[in-house]
Design a protein around this ligand. Structure first.
Ligand SMILES: Cc1cc2nc3c(=O)[nH]c(=O)nc-3n(C[C@H](O)[C@H](O)[C@H](O)COP(=O)(O)OP(=O)(O)OC[C@H]3O[C@@H](n4cnc5c(N)ncnc54)[C@H](O)[C@@H]3O)c2cc1C
Length: 480
């Protein structure tokens, strides 16, 4: 057992997509950088979240699209080839090996220390390596916590004993359960219900509230997704609060679920898609005056607000601003630039839309839900606009009426909503629901971020016949 001491300009804890990008940026800024990782380089996103879930969903959505194309429908009438879908998922996650990502870290001159990193006082991080060695790291300029999140399981008795599915099993399982209960009604719940239903499971969704699915988005999004899930045979139940779960003895033991109204149901597996908790419970936060298990609240330059002399940064899921990879990577690019600027004594430009502030976090967060229909949104929803007192006009259009959509799929069903900020004359938010709308989203993100006047958007001509023509229809509707 050895005990090594090393000093770097920057220490990054957690090599998920966010930690990797912080390290890349600080290294590019000429700062010596080390990254600490306890599992796989690439994090939750690469191995148990974004990547494997989309690998499972891509064949599902491609088949659903093909089934709406006359002449093609018959060719894809059969079931999915489950073994091939799971093998594709395994390929996408590189069979849970991270050697490619290690090569990439080397290529950007970031040192790697494998093991669990914990603070041992300000600027000090102690890593317990898998070999039982200890590496003590000191940061000259900054430590960035990028430890992400894990599933937040509800406080139900003996839950750990029943081996519930979290996102890890939901994205990594190597066989299809006969009956899958999905607890939750958010993005992970609807995506995984979509995937496992198409792969052959009988799926029951247990949603505690009565406000529908995807409640952070425009209500019509959740309604259309719920209708579509029901059409493919998912049992979607609202007001279904789980009060206890037990499992029969044995590996294949059945799961028994009791709901608050006394109803009981059985399943082979139960997935809890019930939110996320920060991975800060075992990183030594108590040694720097913070509380283990808390989210790390940051200012707009990603410095942890509670730490006085500004050496501690928290980036990505762990700061609870936006729990999505692309937004975490955006934060990482900015945090890396901020750390670089401060280390070199340069001016930090924290003005709105400046290079050192993640302004889009509060104005233009794009999100795609890979269900059938897809949901794609950016910026404000109607409810948020009302809550914040913005004067907006809501413009709706049925995407099925657009020539490109008619070409895309017979009987295309979809809806678009554009929110126009009446004081600024710009687009404040957009939501699209329908097949193929994911790739439409960036046009809306550019409109919202760039604050393009609606009158100028009138001159942005969508090609005929594409689904993008929905922009023209929305603008025509707005102009009356
Ligand atoms: C099922 C599912 C699907 C998703 N799909 C999408 C999607 O399609 N698009 C999207 O944008 N977002 C998606 N997300 C969200 C996305 O996964 C997260 O926003 C993203 O992973 C956050 O990145 P991160 O680097 O902050 O954290 P993580 O990816 O969680 O990485 C954190 C890393 O830190 C390591 N770590 C933690 N503690 C320590 C420690 N003490 N010492 C050393 N290492 C440590 C962990 O091992 C991990 O590798 C999905 C989430 C789920 C659950």
């Amino acid at each position: 057992m050895s005990d090594t001491l090393r000093t770097y300009d920057v220490v990054v804890i957690g090599a998920g997509p966010v930690g990797e990008n912080v390290a890349d940026r600080t290294s590019a800024a000429g700062l010596s950088t080390v990254i600490v990782e306890s599992e796989l380089i690439g994090g939750e996103c690469s191995f148990w979240a974004c990547e494997p879930s989309k690998a499972l969903l891509r064949p599902v959505l491609a088949r659903a699209d093909a089934r709406r194309v006359p002449g093609l429908r018959q060719a894809v009438a059969g079931p999915l080839d489950v073994a091939a879908v799971l093998a594709h998922r395994d390929d996408i996650v590189n069979h849970w090996q991270d050697d490619d990502q290690v090569d990439w870290l080397n290529s950007v001159s970031v040192h790697l220390v494998r093991g669990q990193g914990r603070f041992d006082g300000p600027r000090q991080v102690v890593v317990s390596t898998p070999d039982g060695d200890t590496v003590r790291l000191t940061a000259r300029h900054a430590v960035a916590v990028c430890t992400g999140t894990g599933t937040a399981l509800p406080d139900l008795p003996h839950l750990d004993e029943i081996r519930p599915w979290t996102n890890r099993e939901a994205t990594g399982a190597d066989r299809v359960p006969g009956r899958l209960a999905v607890v939750g009604g958010g993005v992970v719940a609807v995506e995984m219900a979509t995937a496992w239903r198409a792969l052959g499971a009988q799926v029951t969704m247990l949603v505690r509230g009565s406000r529908g699915l995807l409640t952070r988005m425009e209500p019509f999004a959740g309604e259309m997704v719920a209708d579509a899930l029901r059409e493919v045979g998912v049992d979607v139940r609202f007001g279904a609060s789980v009060t206890s779960v037990t499992r029969e003895e044995g590996d294949a033991g059945e799961v028994r679920i009791t709901l608050a109204d006394g109803e009981q149901l059985a399943a082979d597996e139960i997935l809890f898609a019930t939110g996320r908790a920060p991975r800060t419970d075992d990183i030594g936060l108590e040694t720097i005056g913070l509380t283990p298990g808390d989210w790390l609240t940051v200012d707009d330059t990603f410095r942890v607000s509670a730490i006085n002399d500004g050496w501690l940064y928290a980036v990505g899921d762990v700061n609870h601003r936006v729990l999505m990879t692309h937004q975490g990577k955006y934060q990482a690019r900015i945090a890396g630039a901020v750390i670089g600027a401060r280390a070199h004594g340069e001016l930090v430009d924290d003005s709105r839309w400046g290079p050192h502030v993640a302004t889009a976090d509060s104005v233009a967060v794009p999100q795609v839900v890979f269900t059938d229909p897809e949901v794609a949104s950016v910026g404000l929803t109607t409810r948020e606009a009302e809550r914040t007192g913005r004067r907006i006009r809501v413009v709706d259009y049925d995407i099925g009426g657009v020539a490109g959509a008619v070409q895309y799929a017979k009987g295309y069903r979809g809806k678009a909503r554009m929110l126009v900020d009446l004081d600024r004359g710009t687009v404040a938010g957009v939501t699209f629901v329908g097949p193929g709308v994911a790739e439409l989203l960036h046009s809306a993100t550019i409109a919202v971020t760039s604050e393009v006047p609606v009158e100028r958007l009138w001159h942005a001509v969508p090609a005929f016949p594409t689904i993008s023509e929905v922009w023209l229809r929305l603008l025509e509707t707005y102009r009356g």
